[in-house]
Design a protein around this ligand. Structure first.
Ligand SMILES: [Ca+2]
Length: 338
C-alpha cells in the first residue's frame, strides 16, 4: 500500500507540480525534524514527504479562523439566541427533512446498527456543513501544516492531526494533496478531523471504501459510529430545562462538567421540567442572551456525547434543537401522507 501511495504521489506531483512552487516549509528546521521523525517512524522515504511538503501553501485564513490564544479578559456577552438563529432556521429544517427522505433507508440502518436516531445525525450534518453544502475548499494539508507550524495555539494537537492526515492518505492510497477540508482540517459532510476519520469512519454504502465527502451513506454511518462510541444511550433524553432558585446559579452552573447528582440538586431547589430525568450525574449550563433572561438546562449522558463532537454547550444545544425541529417536520409530513 505504501509503495502504491508513492507511485500515485509521484505521478500526481509530476503532472501538477513541475517545480516546487513553494519551498518555504521545507527550508525550516522544525518541518525537517517533523518529516524525518515521521519518515523514520512509518518507514517512508523522506523524499516522498519532501515532495508533499514542498507543495504545501501557507494559508493565512487557517491561522486567522482558528483564532488567537483566548485571553483572560472578559469577553463580550455571548448570545445563544444569535448562535441559534444561524442553525435552527426554516431553510435548514426543510433541507433536513429532504435529506431524511432521500436517505431514509441509510438512516434507518444506522439507527438499527448504532442506536442513534436519524434526527441526531441530521442535526449534526445540518450544523456542520448544511447537509454537505459547505464541506470546505481548503487543502487539508495546507490548513494543518499552516496551523501546526505557524498557528498561535494548539500546535501539538494540529501536528498530531497532520500525522493522522498523512497516515489516512497512505491507508486510502490517495495523494495527501488531494484531500479537501475546512480551514481547520475537518473533512467531508460530517467534518471529521483526520484522527476521527481513521478511528470512527465506516464504509456504510458497501462500495469497499470510505468516502466522507462524496457518500452521504458513509457520512451517516460514520456519525452514528462516532456517537455510539462515545456512549449514546438509545431512547434517553439529552437535556431537560431546569428552574434554579434565585441566587443559586453561581453555585450550580457547571458548564460542560457532569458533576451533579440529580437528587442532590433537587434538594437544592432545582426543578426539572418534562419527564423524570435519566439516571446518572448531570451538568447544569446557562444559555445566555443579552437583554433576556438566561435559560438554564440540565445535560445528561447524551448531551455530553454530542459535545464530544464539539466541546460547546451552544453547539450541542443548537444540534439538538435543529434535530428536534427536523423530527417534528418529518413526522408531520409522514402523517399528512397517510
Ligand atoms: Ca463507501
Amino acid at each position: 500500500m505504501k509503495s502504491a501511495w508513492k507511485l500515485l504521489l509521484a505521478l500526481s506531483l509530476c503532472a501538477t507540480q513541475p517545480a516546487l512552487a513553494s519551498p518555504g516549509y521545507l527550508s525550516r528546521a522544525d518541518v525537517r525534524e517533523f518529516i524525518d521523525a515521521f519518515a523514520a517512524e512509518h518507514g517512508i522515504e523522506p523524499a516522498v514527504l519532501e515532495r508533499v511538503f514542498g507543495a504545501v501553501q501557507y494559508t493565512p485564513a487557517a491561522v486567522r479562523l482558528v483564532g488567537p490564544v483566548p485571553s483572560s479578559a472578559p469577553s463580550p456577552a455571548r448570545s445563544y439566541a444569535r448562535y441559534r438563529e444561524k442553525f435552527v432556521t426554516p431553510a435548514l429544517i426543510s433541507m433536513g427533512t429532504q435529506f431524511w427522505a432521500a436517505h431514509a433507508a441509510d438512516l434507518r440502518r444506522a439507527e438499527q446498527q448504532f442506536g442513534v436516531p436519524p434526527e441526531v445525525i441530521l442535526g449534526i450534518l445540518g450544523v456542520e456543513t448544511r447537509f454537505g453544502q459547505n464541506t470546505g475548499s481548503f487543502r487539508a494539508i495546507d490548513a494543518l501544516v499552516t496551523i501546526a507550524f505557524d498557528g498561535v495555539r494548539r500546535q501539538d494537537f494540529f501536528r498530531d492531526e497532520l500525522k493522522e492526515l498523512l497516515l489516512l492518505a497512505i491507508e486510502k492510497g490517495v495523494d495527501p494533496l488531494s484531500i479537501k477540508s475546512s480551514y481547520a482540517g475537518a473533512v467531508g459532510l460530517p467534518q471529521f478531523m483526520p484522527s476521527s476519520y481513521r478511528k470512527y469512519a465506516v464504509d456504510f454504502d458497501g462500495d469497499g471504501r470510505i468516502d466522507l465527502r462524496g457518500s452521504p451513506a458513509d457520512a451517516i454511518g460514520s456519525i452514528a459510529s462516532y456517537i455510539k462510541s462515545f456512549g449514546w444511550v438509545p431512547g434517553e433524553t439529552a437535556t431537560a430545562k431546569v428552574r434554579l432558585l434565585p441566587g443559586s446559579e453561581t453555585d450550580l452552573v457547571s458548564g460542560l462538567e457532569r458533576v451533579h447528582d440529580i437528587a442532590d440538586v433537587q434538594g437544592k431547589g432545582v426543578i426539572f421540567s418534562g419527564a423524570e430525568p435519566p439516571s446518572g450525574p448531570c451538568s447544569i449550563f446557562e444559555l445566555p442572551t443579552p437583554g433576556s433572561p438566561s435559560k438554564f438546562v440540565a445535560g445528561f449522558t447524551n448531551f455530553e456525547v454530542i459535545t464530544r463532537y464539539n466541546r460547546s454547550t451552544f453547539y450541542a444545544s443548537a444540534v439538538l434543537e435543529l434535530a428536534g425541529a427536523i423530527r417534528q417536520a418529518h413526522d408531520q409530513v409522514q402523517l399528512a401522507s397517510r
